[in-house]
Structures are given as C-alpha cells and as structure tokens.
Design a protein around this ligand. Structure first.
Ligand code: PLP
Length: 180
C-alpha cells in the first residue's frame, strides 16, 4: 500500500523487537516505523559524501540488544552495502534497506535491491517512479517473502486464516498508474 507499511512489515516479519541502528538523516517514516513496531532506534552518524549511514561507525553502537540495521539509500545513492553486510554477518544482525529513493538503481550491474535481508520501496507520487500511492518489498529469502505476503493481506489466503496481518495491499487503479 505504501513505503511505510513496507518497512513495518519488514521489521515485523524479521521478528525484530530490540535496538535498530539507523540513520538520523531520514524521512520521518523510517524512524517512526521503528517506534511503531516497538523497537528502539539508535542513531548512527552519516557519511559526508553520500549522506547515507556511515558504515564504519556502526560497530561502535552495537550492544547485546542490537538486532538490525535499517539504512536509507539517500537520494538513490547506495549505502556502503559491503561494509554493512560484513557488520551484519559478524554480529548476526538483520539488514533492512529503505530504498524509497532507489527504485531502479543498479550497483555493480545488479539491482541495489539485492542487498540486505529486505529492501523496501515507496511509489508515492513524490518519488521518481510512482503509482500515486504504493510500495514494495524485495527479498531473496523465500520463507520471508511468503510470510510478508501473508502479513500484507490480513494473514489469510482465500478462506484459510494463518496469522495476524494488516492491509498492505494496493489497487488495480494504482498499478495502472505505474504502468502508465
Ligand atoms: C517516501 C519515503 C518513505 C515513505 O513512503 P510512503 O510511500 O510515503 O509511505 C519512507 N522512506 C523514505 C526515505 C521516503 O522517501
């Protein structure tokens, strides 16, 4: 339905309920999603050149409660995805990218959305590609994909109810705008 619900679904589906290291140079939706999901944002300084999270300053902020990194590809400029991946593997953290500005951006000849456990996009009317309102979630993890798909549509498929869920669906009208 939008880029904010996409972030919230990602946090929920990854079972994150502790501290999330994130950027203080955000659109409000990034941080408010963390709070809405009862997690604690921990702000990490940003890089002077990219304006994205300074990946080299993440490690000093990690505590026993840290569960994830939520970083924004600011203005479509990629975060330092390699160092963030290293940190995530070393400290067993999940990585969510707020890629609201980065739909269609390639990094090393591949979609930037390949990085992290989940990347979220926004297709709001103010974005370069838009469907008036809308958003997306990208993940390479099939189980996570199925879980988020279930959550985004009330937790049911047809008449079978599997879990709690929310209304994160979009409409044919919005999709038509995207095609247009
Ligand atoms: C636009 C935006 C969002 C929120 O997206 P909506 O579709 O408006 O909910 C989140 N993060 C960033 C960085 C954005 O620019």
């Amino acid at each position: 339905s939008n880029g904010t619900i996409a972030i919230q679904l990602a946090i929920k589906a990854l079972n994150i309920d502790g501290e999330i290291i994130t950027t203080p140079f955000f659109y409000f939706a990034t941080t408010t999603s963390i709070l809405w999901e009862n997690c604690t944002p921990v702000f990490c300084d940003i890089d002077n050149d990219t304006l994205c999270i300074d990946a080299y300053k993440i490690e000093a902020l990690i505590t026993p409660k840290t569960q994830a990194i939520l970083a924004t590809h600011v203005y479509g400029i990629p975060c330092n995805v390699e160092i963030i991946e290293k940190m995530a593997i070393k400290h067993n953290l999940k990585v969510i990218y707020d890629a609201a500005h980065a739909f269609g951006v390639n990094y090393k000849q591949k979609s930037l959305l390949n990085y992290g456990d989940v990347s979220t996009c926004s297709f709001h009317a103010t974005k370069i590609f838009h469907t008036v309102e809308g958003g997306s979630i990208t993940t390479r993890n099939k189980d996570l994909f199925e879980k988020i798909r279930l959550y985004h549509s009330f937790g049911h498929v047809g008449d079978n109810y599997y879990s709690q869920g929310i209304n994160g669906k979009n409409s044919e009208f919005h999709a038509a705008m995207g095609l247009f």
